[in-house]
Design a protein. Sequence first.
Length: 246
Amino acid sequence: MKLLIINPNISIGVTDLIEAEARHVAASETQIEMATAASGVAYIETRFEALLGAHAAATIAGERIGQHDAVMIAAFGDPGLLELREVLDVPVVGMTESALMTAAQMGQRIGIIAISRRITAWYRESVDRYGMLSRLAGIRHLDRPLRNASTVQDDHASMLLDLCDQAVQEDGADVLILAGAPLAGLARTVADRLPVPVIDGVSSAVCQAETLCRLRPVSPKIGSFAKPPEKPDAGLSAAIRGLLRS
């Protein structure tokens, strides 16, 4: 299986974190190709930044159309995920949806640990989009400036662990999601220090992509994920136009 993992942010250091976790959990036969957004922001916190990330993800997917068996959007909030499912003939997975579905199988009340206050509104809307808001125990977040998106785990190690404890003890979470690509791999290092399961979005999405490829689902011909109808267009890049014509 060939898996394209797209970081919709411009942070190469974060891409490295994503790749390390993905390769740790991927099956030996899974071939991973990484791609980082050529334009956008260092890390997504807002709806508009998510829009930029979605466009970056779509451009990368369009440039590599037909070269992979599955595509993964490696940013919590899944910018462009549902949209790409309309135009690609291969499974498209994302960190948020995969982490939520995994967490739902391990606990009833899901706590999310986020890297900033501003990001929480978008995260809550993302959880609602997947029909999981009633299972959300709460979103705990860092509230300090981020020096570098790729060093969040080291810069705020103690606070992140404290937030996990608060989510369990005060919010009643019985499963945790460490949200966001900058936290990729952290769940593995803190799992034995917490009393509830801890979910990583990257590893969840990689495993989900592998499962969907084995299941070989049929591409929908009707319904909300059927391909968009053909119509005149103008001013689109070759990559985006290729997705519309795929």
